[in-house]
Design a protein around this ligand. Structure first.
Ligand SMILES: *Cc1c(COP(=O)(O)O)cnc(C)c1O
Ligand code: SF4
Length: 358
């Protein structure tokens, strides 16, 4: 009998007929699925978290195509070519995206557990009009030839959809490279298919080793967090794998103070450390998810900093072709003179500290 996670993938909910067995599909959703004609789908597990009747359900909005995907005022064509610096002089295999000196993103697959409507890699993963070759051995060979790389972020698609054997091979080969100090995986599966965190996978990722494994998942709404997720995260942590979250700021899904705070508190309650909050990138056809840039910093100011546990606070970043640019709420410097700095706290209260010369 196949493992449960494989059955979940085999029974992907990716037709109107299958979706109708789970929720009351609205005429708008039905029409969008027929007209948008882009890859979509979810694991039955994640679909089971959908509200049966409410089309504004945060799970439904992330999974079911919308006619709004056909509009595009702000998205860039060939977004991924720009973002991942694919048109530069440095010769790299398709699998290697580079913006920094000592770390790279290594794409090893273009399939996912769910096909997020807001995906910044949608040209590759959802629209599928960007054709790239993801040869793992070519990528490994490139990394071997670049001694300045010490941190490899394995991404996709969703790398945890690879078999245990393939993941084991990747981890082993990377650990054989003397300049690799850490391995990171970006995977949504702890959220959309927690069944994937099997004994076999823990064996591959876990254990005490001088090249540690870190996982960052993507959870955007408190509704995505279940007992199953909590257990999967515990299993990863207890075998030595760190787990963080990279949320995407999504209009109408998590851009209000209450949801935003609940999301970050709930992540901590299942031991996931919030890492990044991403501004919704300029991939084409996702304008309807995008807020003004300031929104993320305002939410951190109004929902998190000082309002709850400091560990709940991610770093808000805008991912660009020249790297991630942090944009934090600007409380601090109200005034500065030769003697003192004037600072403001989360309640708007003012205090001063001495200005120390160099
Ligand atoms: C996000 C990203 C990384 C990792 O960045 P961190 O800030 O260290 O998490 C590395 N390379 C590329 C191309 C990226 O997009
Ligand atoms: S899991 Fe990641 S790569 Fe896959 S569709 Fe969602 S955002 Fe895109």
């Amino acid at each position: 009998m196949p493992e449960q996670w494989i059955e979940e993938i085999q029974h992907h909910v990716n037709t109107i007929e299958k979706l109708e067995k789970i929720i009351n599909v609205t005429p708008g959703e039905r029409e969008a699925i027929k007209t948008v004609k882009k890859k979509w789908g979810t694991t039955p597990y994640f679909a089971s978290l959908m509200d049966k009747d409410d089309p504004n359900c945060p799970i439904r909005q992330q999974v079911i195509p919308s006619r709004k995907e056909l509009e595009n005022n702000y998205g860039m064509t060939d977004y991924l070519i720009w973002k991942e610096n694919r048109a530069t002089d440095e010769i790299r295999p398709d699998s290697i995206a580079r913006q920094y000196r000592d770390k790279i993103a290594f794409t090893v697959t273009d399939i996912c557990g769910i096909y997020c409507r807001h995906c910044f890699r949608k040209e590759l993963v959802v629209d599928r009009d960007l054709k790239l070759q993801f040869d793992v051995d070519d990528g490994l060979a490139w990394i071997r030839q670049h001694p300045e790389i010490r941190d490899v972020l394995i991404t996709g698609g969703d790398p945890f959809l690879l078999s245990d054997e393939k993941i084991e091979y990747l981890v082993r080969k990377l650990r054989e490279i003397p300049h690799i100090e850490m391995i990171r995986f970006g995977s949504r599966l702890p959220i959309v298919l927690p069944h994937r965190i099997t004994k076999g996978l823990k064996k591959v990722l876990g254990g005490f080793h001088k090249v540690p494994v870190w996982v960052n998942t993507q959870c955007n709404h408190p509704k995505e967090i279940t007992e199953k997720t909590a257990k999967a995260v515990y299993d990863l942590l207890s075998c030595g794998v760190n787990v963080g979250n990279q949320a995407v700021l999504l209009k109408g899904i998590n851009d209000d103070v209450t949801t935003f705070r609940e999301l970050h508190q709930k992540l901590l309650s299942i031991r996931i450390r919030p890492y990044y909050l991403f501004y919704c990138e300029f991939a084409p056809g996702i304008d309807h998810f995008r807020t003004p840039v300031e929104k993320g910093a305002e939410l951190i100011r109004d929902a998190l900093r000082g309002h709850t546990t400091g560990l709940a606070q991610p770093m808000y970043v805008i991912a660009t072709n020249i790297g991630k640019i942090p944009l934090m709420p600007d409380y601090a410097l109200m005034e500065k003179d030769d003697e003192k700095y004037t600072l403001q706290n989360y309640k708007g209260e003012i205090t001063t500290i001495p200005n120390v010369p160099e």
